[in-house]
Write a protein that binds this ligand. Structure first.
Ligand code: ZN
Length: 691
């Protein structure tokens, strides 16, 4: 199975809030005076990126750069694909757990009809519980898989029920309050029974792990070189005669009412497709939803990977299988994407000038390529997400999952640029003011770091990885420098980016207006590599991850080499450690020197030198600094997990029904959006039918 989505992992600490105070406390009023809602300050344009924070979660907004560059038909296409996506929102809830929709609807009903005192601790705890459910599409934590336990007591719950004339069965009550009931969404410990102990709704009551496995084994065709993704779109249930059968997600099958809506919007999307390939792929997707036939899903994927010419793209379907303890059934998910026009232009400029950069590398002459071709990479901007991809979202997509389709027909891999950007903007502020050493650095980084980060990525990918060559007869780095090859290669690409980020050539090419952009990146890189990235590590651990390692060895090496000259100053002020880049030009030379050496190591396959560099500068952590970084980050109270409020779109139709105008707005209230979605996309029946 391909690990096909890069999950948003900003996260190493996990604090679940468990247990509840004495229930009478729920009726006390909440002390608002020392409450931190977690909203960020508006940026220069007045946009608030982070709207709130609760439990271990933060809520972030994103914009759709490039929206105005789409023509009216393209905007209509995006709108229809978004509506298709949202139409299936409730499927994800029901897939995650068979009680989810009933519980969510009950709580939403209380939320909208309660007219009592909302300034109490109890109400705050109730809202937090409901928001956590919205965040994770159900009663289990999206990342830890553990069930959310309400912080309010049953006495307060009874008060809410009676004041809103809401019914709650004993069964539902135990699902909400009893930690032992439906306790884990996905169980991965085989000794506990994968299917039996998992609360996901991919298997009906009474289906055992053995029966499920036997069933899947029985439907596989031996020797099939183009197998379908067996079990991807169905729930396994046991009939009254004890037979195991699939309830297929399709028109006329399980989730019919939502799927009919999805199909309706995909059909309308057909009116606005950009080209024939896109239209053909979409037709196969509709065909698949209508029939549930997985051969049609394969056919759709084969056509979708070839649909690369438009500015609009999307994923839609039952896709990732990690919520299924047996790894067969896909969770409902959609992402609608538009081309990142800025990133494409940047990439184009770099591609056209790739040879100039190669010729000006600080490499030894024999390690330069005579003819270099830049490497393309793909960034898109998200225009809407639903299901498994929302509110918590991946930051990249690499699909399809079918191995043979990837091999024979290829795959698409994109990173979600505006999501990454929004996430940085939301979390960056607090960390920056804590760790930046003075106002000048703060100002520079605030003004330039967004562009600096994008340029760094573009240089890293297009120029960095493409550059340099091995000496005659030297084996590939995997064979010569072995376990150090990947951190060395990532560091090499970073160094290429850093080296040229202080080059006037980038200004001349119009990629940046001022060299200050490069300086901002130097500040960020050194601060992160020497200090702030350590917050992702547990005390006492070595650095293991390849990129974290390379940021450490690049920064620490340059610090040590420039120490005598004071290139980077490290000092303590009022008990806090700061790093300060004192001489940018000299730091650039050090980056160049290290780059030349790293290229030599790669070109000659010098294992010992690779080992000394990585082990000497990129693995071990100074425990005192590490502790300090952890303490200072923790004091900022930044929630480890982020989720997103989607932009919303409204349309005008001509008399013919054609969409003639699409307006985008950026809502700033998570609760309102969730309630709006729940009422607009409320297609699944209530719900016993689905059990
Ligand atoms: Zn890379």
């Amino acid at each position: 199975m391909t690990k096909s989505q890069i999950t948003l992992l900003a996260i190493f600490s996990l604090f679940l809030i468990v247990g509840c105070g004495p229930s009478s406390e729920d009726f006390q009023s909440l002390d608002h005076s020392n409450m931190n809602t977690g909203a960020s300050e508006p940026d220069e344009e007045g946009f608030v990126w982070q709207t709130e924070q609760f439990a271990d979660l933060k809520i972030v907004r994103y914009q759709i750069p490039g929206w105005e560059q789409l023509n009216q038909r393209q905007q209509a296409l995006v709108y229809c694909l978004n509506m298709a996506g949202l139409s299936g929102r409730d499927i994800m809830y029901d897939q995650n757990n068979r009680y989810n929709l009933r519980i969510r609807r009950m709580l939403e009903n209380i939320h909208t009809s309660y007219e009592g005192d909302k300034s109490t601790k109890g109400w705050d705890r109730f809202e937090t519980y409901l928001k956590r459910i919205w965040f994770s599409n159900g009663i289990h934590h999206h990342y830890s898989n553990k069930k959310h336990i309400p912080e309010f007591g049953q006495e307060y719950f009874d008060h809410l029920l009676s004041s809103t004339s809401t019914e709650c069965s004993d069964e539902i009550r135990s699902v909400i309050f009893d930690p032992a009931v439906e306790s884990k969404k996905v169980e991965q410990d085989g000794t506990l029974g994968l299917v039996e102990s998992s609360a996901v709704n991919f298997y009906g009551p009474g289906v055992s792990t053995e029966e499920a496995q036997a069933y899947f084994a029985s439907i596989k065709v031996e020797g099939d070189r183009s197998p379908v993704e067996y079990g991807l779109n169905s729930r396994l249930v046991k009939t009254d005669d004890g037979e195991i059968v699939e309830e297929v997600y399709k028109l006329g099958g399980l989730y019919n009412d939502a799927i009919a809506e999805i199909i309706k919007w995909l059909n309308e999307a057909q009116n606005y497709t950009e080209n024939e390939k896109q239209s053909i792929a979409l037709a196969h997707l509709i065909d698949y939803y209508e029939t549930g036939d997985l051969e049609k899903w394969s056919l759709y994927n084969i056509n979708w990977v070839q649909d690369t010419e438009g500015d609009v793209d999307y994923i839609n379907g039952f896709i990732e299988v990690y919520n299924d303890p047996l790894g067969y059934t896909g969770s409902y998910e959609t992402i609608v994407e538009i081309k990142d026009f800025e990133a494409s232009a940047r990439m184009q400029t770099l591609m056209e000038n790739a040879q100039w950069f190669e010729d000006h590398m600080p490499f030894m002459a024999e390690h330069k390529k005579d003819e270099v071709v830049g490497i393309t990479y793909n960034v898109v901007n998200v225009a809407g997400e639903a299901g498994d991809a929302s509110p918590s979202t991946p930051i990249g997509v690499n699909l399809p999952n079918s191995n043979w389709i990837r091999k024979v027909h290829g795959s698409k891999s994109v990173s979600l640029g505006n999501i990454v950007g929004a996430y940085d903007k939301a979390s960056g502020g607090g960390m920056l003011s804590e760790f930046a050493h003075d106002e000048v650095e703060m100002k520079r980084v605030k003004a330039h770091s967004a562009l600096a980060g994008k340029l760094h990525t573009a240089m890293h990918e297009v120029i960095g990885h493409a550059s340099g060559q091995l000496e005659e007869g030297v084996d590939t780095p995997k064979e010569t420098i072995k376990e150090y090859s990947s951190t060395l290669e990532e560091g090499r690409a970073d160094l290429v980016a850093l080296y040229f980020l202080l080059d006037e050539k980038l200004v001349e090419l119009g990629l940046m207006k001022t060299i200050e952009v490069g300086r901002a990146e130097y500040d960020n890189y050194i601060r992160n590599g020497m200090m702030t990235q350590l917050r992702r590590l547990e005390l006492g651990d070595d650095i293991e991850e390849a990129h974290m390692r390379n940021r450490a060895w690049v920064s620490n090496w340059c610090y040590e080499k420039g120490e005598a000259e004071g290139v980077i100053r490290k000092y303590v002020r009022e008990g806090k450690t700061y790093v300060d880049v004192m001489d940018y030009e000299r730091l650039r030379e050090l980056f160049g020197e290290l780059l030349r050496e790293v290229q030599r190591i790669k070109s000659q396959g010098d294992y010992e030198a690779a080992k000394n560099l990585v082990e000497g500068y990129g693995v071990k952590v100074d425990p005192a600094i590490h502790q300090e970084v952890l303490d200072r980050s923790e004091a900022l109270g930044i929630a480890p997990y982020g989720g997103f409020i989607n932009p919303e779109m409204s349309i005008e139709r001509a008399e013919s029904g054609e969409i003639i105008n699409v307006e985008v707005t950026y809502p700033d209230n998570f609760t309102d959006q969730m309630l709006r979605y729940s009422s607009m996309f409320n297609f699944l029946p209530d719900v016993n039918a689905l059990n």
